[in-house]
Design a protein around this ligand. Structure first.
Ligand code: NAD
Length: 448
């Protein structure tokens, strides 16, 4: 099939490369010329395992090309996937300007009377499909165009997105056109995954419901971690005991400093706003968002309880800037937010992340932050070490040796990667999140 992708970011570039790998002929369009030039030179604008090799392979086989040319891209695709960003607007709802602008351009360049399916892969609120249809028509003006709209929400995870695209748990496609549903089913039917064919509104809502549910799971275990801190229970044991129940499952039950990233915060908030627009007060989601904010504050409070609120005499080594492991993405990263708070209180920061340093530099600049090109370096002369992203390699560093390089052996582990007892044995004052044997024995509302 001939496929056009509009918006060549994390979702669009990976989807385009994977579709090409499945044998389709793909054009990836973006308005960012620099990004397009890089991709065509084989330089990936994002870090994603296996992406560079895949893009080089499908490009050399002649099935993949990136471009900024709307006209040729829209003429090319029988299937046109909209994969542009949908960030939060100031009110917390999804900003759909990029989606509508793409839809109008699709209409503008759509050839007369040639059937196409316009598919939204971007995460968009319920009801957006009708507006996409309208905007395509606005773009087309008086032309006679022939198209259907469909929704095909994306569930890939940054860091494992190529694997996810080939091994998804399910494919969701929504449309009011049987023809469009059949074409999309054809695209995905070789995958070993159920295909949920549904109406447009349900498909759009599935994505928000899924992300909000996962965020709820994270906030739930974070709330449990607070109870652990106040009662002397250990959140890792509690999560293990809960997660072995197959009805619950162990994933997304890691207590820490809260969820971040370009999806969960905006999607939870957008679903909350959509609910309000339909006169429903989705109180559970309000609680999920509040708990997430509070969790980060609790973590930073541990630091302030130990040192006071003036940190200007202190140097902190920090491991992790990405919003999660496996990616260079720092959008809405809790790690970045914690670093900002520590720096705001005067601390000097020495930061390492295996993939996200360039993006961290863009977010944090040079003011009181030094960037290290290896993990070991951030321990040197540090008054405390912070682990803020759950890169597995941070758990496997030579701690017995590295802590000797520190000015003070203090570790704040925001992702519970380390073992409190092992750390104690190394003479480290260790602070985790909801851990039984860490150094934090006083709390605002109770004593362990
Ligand atoms: P991104 O910011 O990485 O990429 C969006 C791209 O769209 C950018 O390269 C931008 O230049 C381009 N763009 C903007 N307007 C355009 C236009 N009019 N025409 C052509 N290109 C245009 O975003 P992303 O992370 O890939 O997310 C895209 C969508 O997918 C969002 O709705 C997001 O919620 C959803 N999503 C993201 C993920 C994820 O893990 N990143 C997972 C599932 C769903």
């Amino acid at each position: 099939m001939k496929i056009t992708i509009i918006g060549t970011g994390y979702v669009g570039l990976v989807s385009g490369a994977v579709f090409a790998d499945w044998g389709h002929n793909v054009m990836c369009l973006d308005i960012d010329k620099d990004k397009v030039d890089k991709i065509n030179k084989g330089i990936m604008p994002i870090y994603e395992e296996g992406l560079e090799e895949l893009v080089k392979k499908v490009s050399s086989e002649g099935r993949f090309k990136a471009t900024t040319d709307y006209k040729s891209s829209i003429e090319h695709g029988e299937l046109i996937f909209i994969c542009v960003g949908t960030p939060s607007n100031q009110a917390g709802a999804a900003n759909l300007n990029y989606v509508f602008s793409a839809a109008e351009s699709i209409g503008k360049y759509m050839p007369n009377d040639e059937y196409k399916v316009v598919i939204t892969k971007s995460t968009v609120p319920v009801g957006t499909h009708n507006k996409v249809r309208e905007h395509v028509r606005i773009g087309a003006g008086n032309k006679k165009i022939n198209f259907d709209v469909a929704s095909n929400p994306e569930f890939l995870r940054e860091g494992t997105s190529i694997y996810d695209a080939n091994n998804t748990d399910r494919v969701v496609i929504g449309s009011d056109s049987e023809k469009a549903l059949d074409i999309l089913e054809d695209l995905y039917k070789h995958l070993d995954a159920p295909i949920v064919k549904t109406d447009l509104a349900s498909a759009e809502l599935i994505k928000y419901a899924a992300n909000s549910f996962l965020a709820t799971k994270i906030s739930f275990i974070n709330e449990i971690s607070q109870i652990c801190e106040r009662t002397g229970a250990d959140v890792k044991s509690v999560a293990l005991g809960m997660g072995l129940d197959k009805r619950i499952g162990s994933r997304f039950l890691n207590a820490g400093i809260g969820y971040g990233g370009s999806c969960f915060p905006k999607d939870v908030e957008a679903l909350y706003r959509t609910s309000s627009e339909y006169f429903y007060d989705f109180r559970l989601l309000r609680g999920v968002m509040d708990a997430n904010e509070r969790q980060k504050d609790y973590f930073v409070d541990k630091v302030f309880r130990k040192y006071g609120t003036n940190l200007s005499e202190l140097t902190f080594g920090v491991l992790g800037a990405a919003f999660k492991n496996g990616t260079d993405d720092t959008r809405k990263s809790v790690a970045i937010s914690v670093i900002r708070t520590l720096r705001g209180a005067g601390a000097r920061i020495k930061l390492f992340d295996p993939a996200a340093l360039e993006n961290a530099k863009k977010e944090l600049g040079q003011d009181n932050v030094k960037y290290s090109d290896n993990a070991e370096d951030v321990f040197k002369k540090a008054d405390a070490l912070f682990i803020l992203t759950e890169w597995p390699e941070f758990a496997n560093l030579e701690y017995p040796e590295l802590v000797k390089d520190m000015n003070k052996k203090v570790i704040f582990d925001g992702r519970n990667l380390l073992d409190p007892i092992e750390m104690k044995d190394l003479g480290v004052e260790y602070y985790g999140v909801g851990r039984k044997d860490d150094a934090d024995d006083t709390h605002e509302n109770g004593v362990k």
